[in-house]
Design a protein around this ligand. Structure first.
Ligand code: HEM
Ligand SMILES: N=C(Nc1cccc(CNC[C@@H]2CCCN2)c1)c1cccs1
Length: 363
């Protein structure tokens, strides 16, 4: 039928590119294509070899148009967790991802790949946006914690989780197998690495204790390889400082810390022309980079990240591949025009394998 014909086409396209990149002969490619043909025509599905899965996940990173960190696409550590079906075993794999990727602060870009969507089998979904993230609570006195987490925090509370009501409560992991009751578990604190944020010279937060978690692990995107959908495939890299310093801490609808920092720096917040927001933003980002470095947790500044992206662009051209990108996400939110990215154009062509948004499993 058409679905199987569509899947066969996507499979053949992926296998051709993948086997070419891995240096296989046409004979080896053709025999694999025939084998996959058989599998699809009899089951409407085909299973990737571990090698295809690993290279496919790397190709997907290389094709991620919004990612400035793609220079290291070929050094992704891929954990093949297919066949993990039992909830407790899934939690164990997630805890292992956190500790392995954290690696004492010397972060290892890692992806753990669970079973794809298989016709007639229960799909696995991770309900968290990121494995490590802080809760958000709406109270009469205003929002406590991360406003971006308010909805998911309510879901966790409804599932029976209880937070401590602080601005930095780490949320539990929530997973669901098929349409079964979602299960949640607290992350063991011994595998969690957090960084207390401080400025090298000024007490920019006054007496407020500010911290952030070390490793960003995206857990709600779908990895598509050769027509196969992996809906539970959490992946991490390391932070670019501006993500924490210019967005998570600075956005008015996030932690909104610029007024606090500006006041502690004695800036004139009564007029825009003092550029108090800009000066507070730079000191806040400096504090983030300094603190991660002091605590031995990998982080990259936006200038270095842009230079690495330029190296990626050149490497891709050497490899005979077009560089695709989404300009609006590739420019950093601090001093964008000081990077080469700002001054050139990128074609936002979406090619697979890739990582995609998927609709939330909860409302
Ligand atoms: C190694 C260090 C890495 C750095 C510094 C980095 C940096 C970034 C940054 C700054 C963004 C924009 C995020 C935002 O503004 O919210 C981004 C987006 C993205 N990155 Fe990377 N990245 C890294 C590794 C990875 C890895 C290992 C993967 C997957 C295997 C990946 C896949 C993506 C994807 C799919 C997006 C777009 C997310 C979306 O559409 O919301 N990145 N990256
Ligand atoms: N450094 C990272 N940052 C990153 C990458 C992808 C997606 C995100 C989260 N983006 C969505 C957030 C939430 C609101 C706006 N930004 C962060 C990485 C996370 C996982 C691998 S790299």
């Amino acid at each position: 039928n058409t679905d199987r014909a569509k899947l066969m086409k996507e499979a053949e396209n992926f296998l051709t590119n993948c086997y070419d990149e891995l240096g296989y002969s046409m004979t080896e490619l053709n025999s694999r294509v025939n084998q996959v043909n058989e599998e699809i025509s009899s089951n409407g599905f085909y299973a990737h070899t571990t090698e295809e899965l690993k290279h496919g996940a790397k190709m997907a990173w290389r094709n991620s148009n919004k990612c400035i960190g793609r220079l290291f696409w070929d050094r992704l550590h891929v954990i093949d967790a297919r066949g993990t079906k039992e909830e407790n075993a899934i939690f164990e794999q997630l805890f292992n991802h956190i500790s392995f990727a954290t690696n004492g602060g010397k972060i290892i870009p890692t992806i753990t790949i669970f079973d794809p969507v298989i016709p007639g089998e229960d799909p696995i979904r991770i309900w968290n946006h990121q494995l490590l993230r802080y809760a958000g609570y709406e109270t009469e006195q205003g929002v406590i914690g991360d406003p971006d987490s308010i909805t998911f925090t309510k879901v966790c509370l409804e599932l029976g989780w209880e937070g401590n009501g602080t601005a930095f409560d780490l949320l539990p992991l929530v997973i669901q197998v098929g349409n079964k009751q979602p299960m949640w578990k607290e992350i063991p604190e011994e595998i969690i690495m957090e960084v207390p944020i401080e400025h090298p010279t000024e007490p920019i937060f006054g007496d407020m204790e500010v911290k952030w978690y070390g490793v960003p692990i995206i857990s709600d995107m779908r990895l598509e390889i050769g027509g196969i959908q992996y809906c539970a495939a959490p992946f991490n890299g390391w932070y670019m400082g501006t993500e924490v310093g210019a967005r998570n801490f600075a956005d008015e609808n996030r932690y909104n810390l610029l007024p606090l920092v500006a006041n502690n720096l004695n800036l004139d917040v009564q007029t825009n022309r003092s550029l108090w927001k800009d000066r507070a933003l730079v000191e806040l980002n400096l504090a983030v980079l300094y603190s991660y470095q002091q605590h031995g947790v990998t982080i990259v500044d936006h200038h270095t990240a842009a230079q690495q992206f330029l190296a990626f662009e050149n490497k891709e051209i050497q490899s005979g591949r077009d560089v695709t990108g989404m300009w609006s996400w590739l420019i950093p939110p601090v001093s964008p025009a000081t990077t080469h990215v700002f001054h050139k154009r990128y074609e936002n062509k979406v090619i697979t394998p890739n990582y995609y948004y998927q609709e939330k499993p909860f409302i």
